[in-house]
Write a protein that binds this ligand. Structure first.
Ligand code: UDP
Ligand code: MG
Length: 310
């Protein structure tokens, strides 16, 4: 009998001490161990609680549990990226540690993959999701899909299966501001989606504050579109047009009418208005420049402190 193929499951963890073991046992109960060999990689993203200790205990008892631990918190997307870099499987499944991504979908994903799909995305049906999260998430996808050229299905989560070929392609992408949902949609290949109802977070609390989500959204938008730059050009053109008309009037008024220095109000309003527009444009340009600056530094996306891999 030939050797069973290896499938990797990668799990980014940030302060998930209470979820590590339960996720482990749930994955084990759903993973088709008869057909495939499992490699379970936990990525400890700079947790300050017992997460790493819990993972280490698991890895001592079962040799298929691997881990990487970052030197500090590098964020969910970078943790996923580390997992992809280090996974050895013929396909890689990424999922959250908090059991919001139901492990019972794993066999379904695998069978879709066996049918020949290379990317199996999961789409969350909004239930059991906090009100604020629901609203912000919908708004986020609306804005993103309006502005960006890469369309992303609302509710797409970082719970997906990627074929080895896709993983290799992603690994070779040099970008540092990762927005995997966008990249995966952009990348092509044979894609399929599975819908699921998200569970409530098991233990602990979400690491994504509103501020972090806004930041994440900004990366998503500026990573996949240069339309904001173009918007500023349109506004600039319209402004210039208005300015020309107004200056014609101003010249006419000063030569052919008796009015002298009236219009202090209009003057100050104009200055303020133009100043505001300029600031907006500068802000947008700054956003892109900032990204170029960071990309240019070529810093690693993450730093591994310790690991039992390789
Ligand atoms: N996570 C991470 N690094 C972070 C924040 C989160 O690795 O800086 C992990 C977290 O442990 C979980 C997943 O990313 O496994 C999703 O995070 P969370 O549940 O906080 O986000 P939400 O489900 O609220 O979007
Ligand atoms: Mg969660």
């Amino acid at each position: 009998m030939d050797k069973k193929k290896l499938i990797s499951i990668i799990v980014p963890c940030h302060n998930e001490q209470l979820n590590i073991e339960q996720l482990y046992s749930e994955i084990l109960s759903f993973f088709p161990t008869k057909l495939y060999q499992l490699e379970l990689i936990y990525i400890d993203d700079g947790s300050s609680d017992e997460t790493l200790d819990k993972i280490k205990i698991l890895s001592e008892n079962s040799n298929f549990v691997k881990y990487i631990s970052f030197s500090r918190n590098f964020g969910h997307q970078n943790a996923l990226s580390a997992g992809l870099d280090l996974a050895n499987g013929v396909c890689v499944i990424s999922m959250d540690a908090d059991l919001q991504h139901p492990p019972e979908l794993i066999p379904k994903m695998i069978s879709k993959w066996e049918e020949g799909f290379q990317i199996i995305n999961s789409v969350r049906i909004d239930k059991n999701i906090g009100f604020l999260k629901k609203i912000t998430s919908r708004l986020f996808y609306k804005v993103l899909n309006f502005i960006s050229d890469t369309k992303i299905e609302p509710g797409t989560a970082d719970f997906r299966l990627l074929d080895k070929k896709v993983v290799e392609t992603l690994k070779n992408m040099p970008e540092k501001h990762l927005f995997l949902r966008g990249l995966v949609s952009w990348i092509g290949f044979k894609q399929e989606k599975i819908e699921y109802i998200a569970n409530k977070r098991m233990q602990g609390k979400s690491s994504y504050s509103l501020k972090r989500m806004v930041h994440f959204a900004a990366i998503g938008i500026t990573s996949f579109s240069t339309k904001p730059l173009k918007i500023s050009i349109y506004i600039g053109v319209i402004m210039a047009f208005c300015a020309i008309i107004y200056s014609i009037y101003a010249i006419y008024a000063s030569f052919f009418t008796e009015k002298t220095i009236t219009g202090w109000t209009s003057l100050i309003l104009t200055i303020l208005f133009i100043g505001a527009i300029q600031l907006i444009m500068l802000g947008i340009i700054g956003e892109y420049l900032g990204k170029l600056f960071i990309e240019n530094k070529n810093r690693p996306k993450y730093i591994i402190n310790e690991s039992n891999l390789k």
